[in-house]
Structures are given as structure tokens and as C-alpha cells.
Design a protein around this ligand. Sequence first.
Ligand SMILES: Nc1ncnc2c1ncn2[C@@H]1O[C@H](COP(=O)(O)OP(=O)(O)OP(=O)(O)O)[C@@H](O)[C@H]1O
Length: 249
Amino acid sequence: MTPALETRNLVRRFGGLVATNDVSLSIAPGTRHALIGPNGAGKTTLINLVTGVLVPSSGSIRLEGTDITRLAQHKRVARGLARTFQINQLFNDLTPLETIGLAISEYQGTGGEWWRLTGSKQAVLDEAADLLETFKLADVMYARTMTLPYGKRRLLEIATALACRPRVLLLDEPAAGVPEGERHEIIDIVASLPREVTVVLIEHDMDLVFRFAERITVLVQGAVFTEGTVEEIQADPRVREVYLGEASE
Ligand SMILES: Nc1ncnc2c1ncn2[C@@H]1O[C@H](COP(=O)(O)OP(=O)(O)OP(=O)(O)O)[C@@H](O)[C@H]1O
């Protein structure tokens, strides 16, 4: 089966530092895949290469079999690749309904009209309502985003990425900064998205990683250290040494 996402011998240098070192990954369609590794291992750099924020020094990237290595960021989005960022990047003055409605309209190429026709496009409203329901935001859909609890804002970020109807969704620490009790909810909602969406998650919290992932890639110093199922990674003493040991210090 053609992988949903693939990198081949991907390299990215920053001066003398090799932040991504010959990374070859193959992620099957529908998988919940986690990318872990100690601080500075190159996780965010890898996501930045895949999404087109950074240009690789060498190597290639394929989305559903098509080479996207040189494609502009927005064209990757149009081909089904979406991401969220580590930092909150929402419009604080809009409501969740307006935010999602705008994202759906943008994706459909009618973003400019959204402001004039607010609330008048039933198809957009229906799709927005579905997403707000899935992300447990229906009860706050008319509230200003700035008034929402942080966990709800993070859910809104992911729902906004979903509005672009991605087939591959990349999440960079989506539960970072969220209180302990709400972190599971975010990860569980993401894990239960339809299988048409392949999800790649960067996460430091091992409890969340093991709860979410079917496969895990461990990066160390820019290179793939090992890859396997949750059980394999949990049982690998070398991983414990480089990562889990560090995390429990
Ligand atoms: N724009 C840049 N210029 C120079 N060096 C960079 C740049 N971006 C990242 N690096 C370096 O590349 C290495 C990998 O960084 P990266 O942020 O990808 O790691 P990470 O695994 O995401 O780390 P963390 O878990 O701390 O977020 C680090 O040594 C970092 O300092």
C-alpha cells in the first residue's frame, strides 16, 4: 500500500549542525504515529521539512506517493497535509464558530465572502457544527476565543486544521500547556478521528504517547534511533536510556 507520508534520506543542516540526519520514514494510511525523542532531537525540524516551512539540504518527501519536496506550503495543504503549531495561533476576537467557518470558507476558496455572508451558508455552517461537535466545542461556539479555557483553545486549533480536510495531520505537542486533567481528552479526540486521516503526533508526555500511538519513531540527534509498536518501544531498554530515563529525571 502506498504510504500516506514518506521521507527518504532526508537531511537538514543548520551550518555545522545536522538537525535532520538521513531520516527515512514510512507512515501507512490511517496510522496514529508518534514522533518522540529528547529535547533538540530534531522533531520540529522534521515537521517543518514535511510541511515546507524549511527546505531540506537533501533527500525527498512524498505525500500519498507524490513527491512534494519542492512544493510551496499552501500547495501541500491543498494536497491534504495540515498541521498545528506548538504556539497558540488563533484569532482571539473571533468565536469558535466564526474561526471554523472562516477556515472552511478559505479552504473552499470563498474566504473573502465569509464576512459578508456570515451565517448564511448552510453547508459551511453544517460542516462547522460537525467539527465543533467532534471537538467538544459546541457549547462554547458563540464565546470569544480569548475567554475559552486553554484546553478548549487547543482543541479549536486542531479543529481549524481539520477544516482543511487533511488526509495527513501533523500535531506538534497539541496538549502542551494544558492542565493535566484535560490532556487525555485532547489526545483521545485526535485518536478517534476518522481513519481517513493519518495522524503524526510530536509529544513529550509518554503517558499520552502510549495512549495514542500505534507506531512510534524515536529520533536522537536528528537520526532515527528506532521505530516500532508501542509494546516494542516500551520494552526497548535503549529507548529507556536515551529518552524515558531522561524524562523521569
Ligand atoms: N532555525 C534554526 N537554526 C539553527 N539551528 C536550529 C534551527 N532550528 C532548529 N535548530 C537546531 O536543530 C536541532 C533540532 O531542533 P528541533 O527544534 O527540531 O528539536 P526538537 O526535537 O523539536 O526539540 P524540542 O523537543 O526541544 O522541541 C537543535 O539543536 C536546534 O537548536
